[in-house]
Design a protein around this ligand. Structure first.
Ligand SMILES: [Zn+2]
Length: 48
């Protein structure tokens, strides 16, 4: 079993981030442009 970490989620696209600031950035971008920025999503945590 994996450790359960507390991730921050973008409520718009559902991606998880370890960094709250990145999650907020993503959500701001997603809600504004209705698309994700690759510069932001590259920081996302990839969950299985
Ligand atoms: Zn997002």
């Amino acid at each position: 079993m994996k450790d359960e970490k507390n991730y921050y989620y973008c409520e718009e696209c559902g991606l998880a981030y370890e960094d709250k600031a990145m999650a907020e950035k993503c959500q701001e971008y997603c809600s504004k442009f209705h698309a994700c920025s690759i510069d932001i999503t590259k920081h996302a945590v990839h969950l299985d």
